[in-house]
Ligand binder design. Structure first.
Ligand SMILES: C[S@@+](CC[C@H](N)C(=O)[O-])C[C@H]1O[C@@H](n2cnc3c(N)ncnc32)[C@H](O)[C@@H]1O
Ligand SMILES: Nc1nc2[nH]cc(C(=O)O)c2c(=O)[nH]1
Ligand code: SF4
Ligand SMILES: [Mg+2]
Length: 211
């Protein structure tokens, strides 16, 4: 199977449990909750997306003919001469529209760790090492277990109470970035203080000025 990749880059994980961890980002093209075109945003299921995931034209992007070819390319982004195990974050767009068993196998054959960021509308194939689920209001939410649930806050039809009982190790609120970032951040802080099951996730890469 071919894989359509918007961009590949090496940076620090900016969000959630692994904030600060060096990671190779593999951004899959395409999403099932928005076309990615500005003129379609208003009628999209997910309307607050901060990401360009259309096409394969970003840095390191392209069409990869096989799982081995993509895994090999990802591996080449890890700095040589150190002991740490390469850590890959698959995101998008929606990575579970494309990730299959062959790709997971190709990652593990090269002794790399595979994490995903997903909207939770598709069930993942077995074997992914770290699953971060970020539910979206109005979507057909299916993935009720994983390592970390990272809810963008606030979403009136997807408030934290709906997700607090699900099978995750970590529960995060991530303030919705946009015209009301400051108010959303203050509201997320207040929610966490009242409901300490939830922790705050900030998009640290945005204020660090890294990708
Ligand atoms: C661009 S999405 C790609 C992965 C997947 N489609 C998803 O939604 O989880 C990566 C992460 O960014 C979050 N995100 C997107 N737009 C955001 C915004 N405006 N403010 C805060 N987080 C946002 C998503 O909820 C998700 O956790
Ligand atoms: N540094 C950095 N960390 C991230 N964590 C999740 C991201 C994403 O877009 O999925 C992201 C991103 O775009 N950049
Ligand atoms: S589901 Fe994820 S990639 Fe798709 S539009 Fe929403 S935030 Fe963006
Ligand atoms: Mg991002």
């Amino acid at each position: 199977m071919a894989y359509f990749i918007k961009e590949i880059y090496f940076t620090l994980q900016g969000e959630g449990s692994h904030t600060g961890r060096p990671a190779i980002f593999c951004r899959f093209a395409g999403c099932n909750l928005w076309t990615g075109r500005e003129q379609d945003r208003e009628k999209a299921i997910c309307q607050f997306c901060d990401t360009d995931f259309i096409g394969t034209d970003g840095p390191g992007g392209g069409t990869f003919a096989s799982a081995d070819e993509l895994a090999e390319r990802l591996h080449s982004y890890w700095p040589t001469g150190n002991e740490a195990t390469p850590y890959i974050v698959c995101t998008g767009g929606e990575p579970l529209l494309q990730i299959d068993a062959a790709f997971i196998k190709a990652i593990h054959e090269r002794s790399m760790i595979m994490a995903i960021e997903t909207n939770g509308t598709k069930l993942p194939p077995a074997g992914i090492d770290w699953v971060c689920v970020s539910p979206k209001a109005g979507s057909d939410f299916k993935l009720t277990q994983g390592d970390e649930l990272k809810l963008v806050y606030p979403q009136p039809e997807a408030m934290p109470e709906r997700f607090a009982g699900l099978d995750f190790e970590h529960f995060y609120l991530q303030p919705m970035d946009g015209p009301n970032t400051k108010e959303n951040t203050a509201a997320a802080v207040q929610y966490c203080l009242k409901h300490p099951q939830w922790k705050l996730s900030l998009q640290t890469h945005k204020f660090l000025g890294i990708d």
